[in-house]
Design a protein around this ligand. Structure first.
Ligand code: G
Ligand code: G
Ligand code: MN
Ligand code: NA
Length: 250
């Protein structure tokens, strides 16, 4: 009860709930091509509440639409005033089950002055597995509007490759569990290589998540992975910190 009203309050006032932005780099590992927005609740008690729990709480209490729109607005506002090419926002499966989502999002982008092609949405495989009619039409409308849709945590769910054909996803993000074992697990390395090649063949972009070591980076570069994300390159940054990095001041 209490946490619910606190969440509602945090969403209507102040900047307790903020986003941090983790840069995503081009294949050269030098150029920032975009950033993933990650939720943070700076609350005296709930500061330790991981974003996954916050999202789950909002889902349970019927507040995911509210939280989701808040996150999208904050990310779009930041991107609109930044030189960042695009910003990626994680969306819950429930947000995509709302028929009014594409239209609301279009209005929000217009209001923030952000071109749809500068917004990417990260969805999880469970979204596609559910095979829900509303979700399908919502995804179609989003892509028709020019919003890039990325499949997050790829490889951790039921990863049916047929989804890539039927749902025409724009980007795959290979889950960090594969990247982290790429150096000492031959099968993980083979899977990553196969996924990068598959993405190339399907004309889908591919991002390696959770790149933490030079050795991982070198192997992924040799595989011609398109995009890199991870602590080796940069942790999530405050909006102002990212702006400073983009301006060459950090
Ligand atoms: O930043 P961190 O590693 O703690 O994020 C944990 C999880 O929370 C990740 O799976 C991430 O996708 C998810 N997450 C972070 N921010 C958001 C958000 O704004 N919306 C949704 N739905 N999930 C988020
Ligand atoms: O599920 P999703 O990919 O959206 O989760 C993103 C989460 O991964 C963020 O919470 C972010 O802090 C975390 N993350 C980003 N880079 C790395 C990394 O190099 N290693 C690890 N372990 N986590 C990372
Ligand atoms: Mn993500
Ligand atoms: Na991920």
């Amino acid at each position: 009860r209490r946490i619910e009203s606190e969440l509602r309050e945090a969403l209507t006032s102040g900047d307790q709930i903020r986003l941090t932005y983790q840069p995503i780099y081009a294949g050269d590992c030098q150029t920032i091509v975009g950033a993933e927005a990650l939720l943070r609740w700076a609350h005296p008690i709930h500061a330790a509440l991981p974003p996954g729990n916050l999202v789950a709480l909002a889902e349970e209490r019927g507040m995911i639409g509210l939280l989701g729109d808040y996150v999208l607005r904050q990310a779009a506002r930041f991107a609109a005033t930044s030189t960042l090419p695009w910003v990626a926002v994680n969306v819950s499966p429930l947000q995509l089950r709302d028929k009014s989502f594409p239209e609301r999002l279009a209005r929000l982008l217009e209001e923030c002055g952000l071109t749809p092609s500068r917004l990417q949405l990260e969805i999880t495989e469970s979204v596609l597995l559910a095979n829900n009619d509303t979700t399908r039409s919502v995804l179609g409308a989003l892509r028709a509007a020019g919003i890039v849709v990325a499949l997050d945590d790829f490889g951790t769910g039921y990863s049916a490759i047929s989804y890539l054909r039927h749902h025409r996803i724009d980007k795959l993000k290979i889950d960090r569990s594969f990247i982290q074992t790429i150096g000492n697990d031959a099968s993980a390395a083979a899977i990553v290589k196969a996924l990068v090649d598959l993405a190339l063949a399907l004309d889908i972009r591919v991002t390696a998540e959770g790149v933490e070591t030079e050795a991982q980076k070198d192997r992924l570069m040799a595989m011609h992975c398109d995009e890199f994300q991870g602590y080796l390159l940069s942790p999530p940054l405050e909006a102002a910190e990212l702006s400073a990095v983009l301006a060459g001041g950090a």
